[in-house]
Design a protein. Structure first.
Lengths: 284, 443
């Protein structure tokens, strides 16, 4: 199982695309459910399929991408507050909508670009994915240990930037406000982010609050490129910073919901990002 | 014959069964609509292979709305699923394990298993494997004539006819399901079974049912499955050693045990992976398991969804269980399959066959190889729905076709009665033939 970190966004553990989970639950056993009559408990309806951003008439003049992002940074708590932190550890839960799959997660990040994601999923076990600044890797009971290579590795490095939320000069080849649109039912500015390799991500920023409402992008995976749509909600303040504590991602037609319950800053030991023995053995 | 959309059978999932009727059908319309909509939005073929999906809804929704029992509602939804004519569209009833008596006299509590595995040969249910108490009482090759109060002839009367394109594979699966439905029951109970012992004598036994052995694994809303991984060493005709690894379902719990088995069998002259009776599981696992035999990220096949294609590439397993660097297994690999090898087993086997990394022995597999997801419906039932089509690296589509062995070895009652496993024998003989050349390449 592959876990892709998509747009880690500084200390915020947002943008975790568990692409591989989708792969993991594909092709369940051929199965047969005996016809019959069962009590019908009231259960939640299946989660709606991903909402495509609905276009709206373009405004006569749109704010610049830089100004939109700066407004977002300010809404979060400000550039100085963001830069005051050097690491973070978030804990929470993950569910795959409608499937009954749940798990607990730990997300560690540190400057400049280290990351470790642990997800323990019921019936599957612990999946780990990390980046120590050089090597990106995955340890999964589904696919075994693997080093990330090629474009996927480059994307991991890009996404692991601890301060990526600042969208610092040079991170992108270009940034441009595309339109004012509706995303997840909210009026948002859609910002195109062209990376230096020419690939493009889109961020959506809430017109009213200035906070990031979500993103759409494509990331390489062991199974090929995967499109990921993220929705960020339930911003809460931790150590002076607003953090979206609910992140819904749509990957391979599956909705994954991550809910963060705790976030701690500046207390992550550097050894957290050390490579596991199985991964070290893969490095020649 | 209409496939009814639920002909795919998961051995380990059979515990989902039936329960008594309810007086009303809460959320019938919502449940029907949810199932219809999910399939509309996720089916890998937007055209539904030409099926007018709106017309299906228009026809069936009124029936769903007027259903007077959960069973009736499920019948309507299954009718809808059946119109698709594909595997991996199924419905798992909610709360199926909580009641005591199901349809057709079968128990809804199917937690107990008497340890008798069967296959359909002709129109006969023949024992192919026994374990637990049954191992000392029953022999492979015996023909089951009666389960409980029902004769096998009666039980199998409703079997679908063999299709022109798919032979009797649907019959095989359905017969297996019928047998398991009646053999299984509450753990601790007994099931009366009559056998014809191959010599014309009828043997009547009361076999105790026990909880299924293995590591219990529950993934989301799917029923609990019990993972078993067995390893063995067998001598080839010339005295070489072949390692044998058998597992019953593709669940994550398999991986560590498979790794341990590989570490033990790494020096074997050949490897035989026995997937007979393995109905599938987590498809992504085939990337990890195949990586024990493939040293590069070679694709075994592609899953085609409505919008994208995703490759199932081997993840070379270059580390052993203790974290030491190793090479992938380079010797000959044989895979054994039969009519009850399905889904992920087929994707793996077909993929390994397509890239020439394994030789396949046995009988043609289920032909039910569509990647699927599962969603809980408003009434609590779980909808299994295919959202991808799997095509092997050489372009072979497995759905409706199955994996055709390189060496087809018919399953016969005579062999079973004689205690012979000709499929295994063929694989061992092939290891002998292949070993010298392979060993030159992979000393």
């Amino acid at each position: 199982m592959r876990i892709s970190i998509f747009r880690r966004e500084r200390v915020l553990p947002c943008g975790v695309a568990i692409a591989g989970l989708a792969a993991a639950i594909l092709a369940g056993p051929a199965l047969r459910a005996e016809s019959g009559q069962a009590p019908a408990p009231s259960k939640p309806a299946p989660a709606p399929r991903p909402k495509a951003p609905s276009p709206a008439p373009a405004a006569a003049s749109l704010p610049s991408a830089r100004s939109i992002i700066d407004r977002h940074i300010k809404a979060l708590g400000g550039r100085a507050a963001i830069l005051s932190h050097t690491s973070s550890h978030a804990t929470g839960t993950m569910t795959v909508a409608g499937s009954g799959i749940t798990g607990v997660l730990d997300i560690y990040s540190a400057k400049p670009d280290k990351s470790l994601l642990k997800i323990n999923l019921g019936g599957i076990g612990e999946v780990r994915e990390g980046f120590d600044g050089v090597h990106a890797w995955t340890l999964s009971p589904i696919t075994g240990p693997a080093l990330t290579q090629g474009k996927e590795l480059e994307e991991k490095k890009f996404d692991a930037d601890f301060y990526s939320d600042l969208h610092e000069e040079g991170r992108y080849a270009s940034m441009k406000t595309v339109e004012k649109t509706t995303f997840d039912g909210r009026p948002c500015y859609k910002v195109s982010l062209i990376k230096k390799d020419g690939s493009e991500d889109f961020d959506f920023y809430d017109v009213e609050t200035g906070l990031k409402a979500g993103a759409i992008g494509t990331r390489e995976s062991q199974m090929g490129p995967m499109s990921v749509t993220q929705v960020h909600t339930d911003y809460q303040k931790f150590a002076g910073l607003l953090v979206p504590t609910t992140l819904k991602q749509t990957v391979m037609g599956m909705d994954q919901v991550l809910k963060l319950t705790t976030i701690e800053f500046d207390n992550v030991p550097p050894s957290t990002f050390d490579l596991p023995a199985q991964i070290k053995a893969l490095i020649k | 014959m209409k496939r009814n959309g639920i002909l795919v059978v998961g051995a380990v999932l059979l515990t989902v069964s039936v329960s008594p009727g309810a007086a009303q059908v809460p959320q019938a319309t919502e449940t029907f609509d949810a199932a219809w909509t999910i399939i509309r939005d996720t089916h890998f073929d937007k055209t539904m292979h030409g099926l007018d999906w709106d017309a299906v809804r228009a026809e069936l929704k009124p029936r769903a709305a007027s259903a007077t029992s959960p069973a009736e509602l499920r019948a309507v939804i299954r009718d809808m699923l059946g119109r698709l004519g594909l595997s991996h569209f199924a419905l798992i009833p909610a709360g199926g394990e909580t009641s005591t008596q199901g349809a057709n006299g079968a128990s809804a509590d199917t937690s107990g298993d008497p340890g008798v595995e069967v296959r359909l040969l002709g129109r006969d249910l023949i024992v192919t494997h026994v374990d637990r108490e049954a191992a000392s009482l029953v022999r492979p090759g015996w023909r089951i004539t009666q389960i409980g109060s029902k004769s096998v002839d009666d039980l199998l009367r409703a079997l679908p006819e063999a299709g022109p394109d798919q032979g009797n594979r649907h019959q095989q699966v359905e017969a297996w399901r019928i047998a398991q439905t009646h053999l299984r029951g509450p753990s601790g109970s007994k099931v009366d079974v009559a056998f014809e012992n191959g010599q014309g004598a009828i043997v009547r036994l009361s076999l105790p049912r026990h909880f299924e052995e293995g590591i219990p694994v529950t993934v989301g809303s799917l029923p609990t499955m019990y993972v078993r991984v067995e390893k063995d060493k067998k001598a080839t005709p010339s005295g070489a050693v072949a390692g044998v690894i058998k597992f019953n379902v593709w669940m994550a719990a398999v991986d560590a045990k498979f790794q341990q088995a590989m570490d033990e069998l790494r020096r074997a002259d050949g490897l035989i992976i026995d997937l007979r009776g393995n109905p599938g599981g987590l498809a992504a696992m085939l990337m990890g398991i195949s990586g024990h035999f493939i040293g590069e990220r070679k694709s075994l096949g592609v899953m085609k969804t409505r919008e994208s294609e995703f490759r199932f590439a081997a993840n070379p397993r270059l580390v052993d269980a203790s974290g030491q660097r190793v090479e992938v297994y380079g010797g000959p690999v044989a895979i054994l399959i039969d009519s009850m090898s399905g889904s992920a087993s087929e994707c793996f086997t077909g993929g390994m066959q397509a890239i020439g990394r394994a030789r396949v022995f046995g009988q043609t597999s289920m032909g039910q190889a569509l990647p699927a997801l599962f969603d809980r419906l408003p009434n609590g039932d779980v909808l299994i729905h295919a959202f991808g089509d799997f095509v092997t690296a050489d372009g072979t589509r497995l759905e409706g076709r199955g994996v055709i062995p390189d060496e087809t070895v018919p399953l016969t009652r005579e062999d079973l009665l004689a205690g012979r496993d000709r499929t295994m024998e063929a694989a061992l003989a092939w290891v002998d033939k292949t070993r010298p050349a392979r060993n030159l390449q992979h000393p």
